[in-house]
Design a protein around this ligand. Sequence first.
Ligand code: ZN
Length: 96
Amino acid sequence: MTFLLTCKDFLRELNEFLDPSSTDPAARQELEKHVNECPNCWVVVDTTKKTLKVFKGMQASEVPGRVKDRLMAALERKMAARKPGGCGTGETHASE
Ligand SMILES: [Zn+2]
């Protein structure tokens, strides 16, 4: 029986695909086959890989202080724009 991956299957396995240590070789082969045959998923993988590289690059090299400050300021402004109590501090779920 031939096991054909659909795009949905592939996207569900995308994390595994991008983390080879957690994928078994047979499954990985199927995923690779799908990427090679499916332009849509190829673009997804390509974009995700590039994004991951950017993030890793940012961690490896130092983020200039000013850029970081600006990022943090932008984040804080975004958070402040939200209604208070929305996120972050502690459990919001009622105990059972
Ligand atoms: Zn696909």
